[in-house]
Design a protein around this ligand. Structure first.
Ligand SMILES: [Cu+2]
Length: 148
């Protein structure tokens, strides 16, 4: 008995086709149901050259470069991590006293620990001067973004 040619592919296709159609219909219905939110978010940061441009700050050699940045309202600032180890982008101020360095976060933004090749983005929607620091290297790493 050698019926090796019994992989009846024709019949297989026939049973598969309705399933494929059902999947396509489901996908179309899903798209209409408002599942496109990730697409819209991507658009907002990519091609909104009119209102929200973007600028980068590097975290390199335990410093923010540039330390001071001036941007128009609506700009998204992206901090790019190039050091080994960790840095944070934490809004607030560092005060140096005789007793040492203390941090006063203001809660506007806080990246948490960012590892090498990571990044953090924040969109500045209001005018003002926004100071920030690295919570790991408080004594040496701080910067500011002037918006307006
Ligand atoms: Cu740091």
């Amino acid at each position: 008995m050698h019926r090796s040619d019994s992989r009846s592919s024709g019949g297989g296709l026939r049973t598969r086709r309705p399933v494929a159609a059902a999947i396509i219909v489901a996908a179309l219905l899903g798209a209409c149901g408002g599942g496109g939110s990730t697409d819209e978010a991507g658009k907002g940061s990519a091609d909104s050259s009119a209102e929200g441009s973007s600028t980068e700050v590097e975290m390199r050699l335990i410093a923010f470069k540039p330390e001071s940045l001036k941007v128009p309202v609506g700009t998204t600032v992206k901090w790019k991590m190039t050091d080994a180890g960790f840095h944070t982008v934490t809004s607030g101020v560092i005060t140096q006293e005789s007793s040492g360095v203390s941090a006063q976060p203001d809660g506007k933004f806080d990246s948490g620990r960012i590892a090498q090749d990571g990044s953090f983005e924040y969109k500045f929607d209001a005018a003002g001067t926004f100071k920030y620091y690295c919570d790991i290297h408080r004594a040496t790493m701080s910067g500011e973004v002037q918006v307006g």
